[in-house]
Design a protein around this ligand. Sequence first.
Ligand code: ASP
Length: 333
Amino acid sequence: MKSRRKFIKQLGLSVVSIPLASSVLKTQSCESPPVVNKFEKPNMPIILSTWSFGKIANQAGWDVLVNGGNALDAVESTAKFVEADLSQTSVGLGGWPDRDGFVTLDACIMDEKGNCGSVMFLENIMHPISVARLVMEKTPHIQLVGEGAQMFALENGFVLHDAPTEGSKKAWEKWKLENNYEPKISPENHDTIGVIALDKNGNLSGACTTSGLAFKMHGRVGDSPIIGAGLFVDNEVGAATATGTGEEVIRICGTHLVVELMRQGYTPVNACKEAVERIVKRSPRYTKEMIIGFLALNKKGEYGAYSTRKGFEYGVYDKVGSVLKTAEFMETY
Ligand code: ASP
């Protein structure tokens, strides 16, 4: 019975497929222009995030996108998912503190119209990304910092939370014993969630949030909350986000560079590669110990990533499903 039904089903499918196949053949045999491009659809919706926590968090953004929501809501949802996870030691209030014991958070967000908002050096607030969004939507400014950013958050209904967590405090105490109050950059003491998405309407947005380098100098701000460094979106071209040693990303205006290279025709992966190579070749301060990665998405939903060293992973969620990928990297390292 089962196999008969299967047979009928197969028969039905093949009956439907005959006219389609013949029309394709007809198009090919009369040597008309390559119509196949006319029907090529952009790969959307799609959401991409840095690191393995990004792969898990992409579900939150995908749920928004697949239900017809916009890219801005999607990237905020994914970023919030990681911020709320106190077991993450490089994002949100679970982040490891600076060298004086304070957890200070940086975030930014950008939409398809070029609107953007950013908070830096923000303390005791669980969702810096949502504060950044409110800076974008409710103020004439783009960046709010420190106490001013916290005051703005409280005025808008956010509440204060304790930080650091017990676990982070222990890590800091251990660090104090083993280090000479020296801020150090190593691949083990930082990571950021950078999220970029293209929605069903073909609009791009991005979000980026981090607690920055662990045991950094008090007041240090990296690339993550800086538009054009940690995140950039141009709805005509594409979007990019960065992770890794922020100082190096700022020096080349990293994500702005990646998007501009895509405008010139670079594929997402080649644009990321060029940005990485520029850092490695030109910065006298660059060391092989640093990991710096870029992740990019263009208007067609094509994406790519590249990093200085092996180990940069990113999550992709599109109609094919959710996967964790490893970025290409410079072979010499
Ligand atoms: N870019 C972040 C910073 O410099 C850290 C990271 O993404 O690994 O604060």
